[in-house]
Ligand binder design. Structure first.
Ligand code: HEC
Ligand code: HEC
Length: 151
C-alpha cells in the first residue's frame, strides 16, 4: 500500500491544526471536543478521515515492522489493514473488533506457556497491546479491542 503526497499533506494540516489549538491555549471551555489539551488529540477524538490518515501514517508501518520482527515468514508479504480489521473491514467502516481475528474466551485466557499459542500471547501482551495503547493514547484497549470473543 502506498501513502501518497495527499496523505502527507493531510498530516501536515493535522499538525498545523494542533499547533493552532495549542497557540490558542486551553482556556476556551466552549469547545472541549478536540482542543482541551496541549498535546496531540487522542485517536478516539479524531474525525473519521483523520483516523484513516492516522492509521495509514502511524499505525500501519509500526505494526508491520513489529509483526515481521515477530514472524518474518508469516508477515513479510502478508500485511495489510485487513490483517487487523478483517476482510469486511472496509465495508464495515473499520469497526473493531472486525471479526477477522482469532476468537478467544475472555474467561479462560491462553497461558504464555501454551504449546501452540504461547509465543503469540507473549508477543501480544508485551509488544502489540502496549504499543497500540501508547499510539492511540487509550489505556482502555484490551485484547478484545482487536480479537472477537469466543461464544
Ligand atoms: C495493528 C492492527 C491495525 C492495523 C494494521 C490497522 N488498524 Fe485500523 N484500527 C485498529 C485499532 C486497534 C483501532 C481502534 C479501535 C478502537 O479505538 O476501539 C482501529 C481503528 C480504525 C479506524 C476507526 C474506526 C472507528 O470506528 O472509529 C479506522 C477508520 C481504521 N482503523 C482504518 C484503518 C486502515 C485504513 C488501515 C490500513 C491503512 C488500518 N486501520 C490498519 C487496528 C489496526
Ligand atoms: C491491535 C490489535 C491486537 C491486539 C490488541 C491484540 N491482538 Fe492478538 N493478534 C492481532 C493480529 C493482527 C494477529 C495476527 C493475525 C494473523 O496472523 O492473521 C493476532 C494474533 C494473535 C494470536 C495468534 C493466533 C494465530 O492464529 O496464531 C493470539 C493467540 C493472540 N493474538 C492473542 C492475543 C492476546 C492474548 C491479546 C491481549 C494480550 C491480543 N492478542 C491483543 C492483533 C491484536
Amino acid at each position: 500500500m502506498k501513502w501518497t503526497a495527499t496523505r502527507l499533506v493531510s498530516v501536515f494540516l493535522l499538525v498545523g491544526l494542533v499547533a493552532v489549538s495549542v497557540a490558542c491555549g486551553g482556556s476556551d471551555t466552549s469547545n472541549n471536543t478536540n482542543n482541551n489539551a496541549n498535546t496531540e488529540p487522542k485517536f478516539k477524538d479524531l474525525g473519521y478521515s483523520d483516523k484513516l490518515t492516522f492509521m495509514g501514517t502511524k499505525v500501519f508501518d509500526t505494526f508491520k515492522d513489529m509483526f515481521i520482527a515477530h514472524d518474518k515468514a508469516r508477515y513479510t508479504d502478508n500485511w495489510s489493514c485487513v490483517t487487523c480489521h478483517g476482510k469486511d473491514g472496509t465495508a464495515n467502516k473499520y469497526k473493531m473488533p472486525g471479526g477477522g481475528l482469532f476468537p478467544m474466551d475472555p474467561n479462560n485466557p491462553i497461558a504464555e506457556d501454551d504449546a501452540t499459542y504461547g509465543a503469540a500471547v507473549k508477543f501480544m501482551k508485551e509488544k502489540v497491546l502496549p504499543e497500540m495503547k501508547k499510539l492511540l493514547q487509550d489505556d482502555t484497549l484490551t485484547c478484545f479491542t482487536c480479537h472477537s470473543k469466543k461464544e
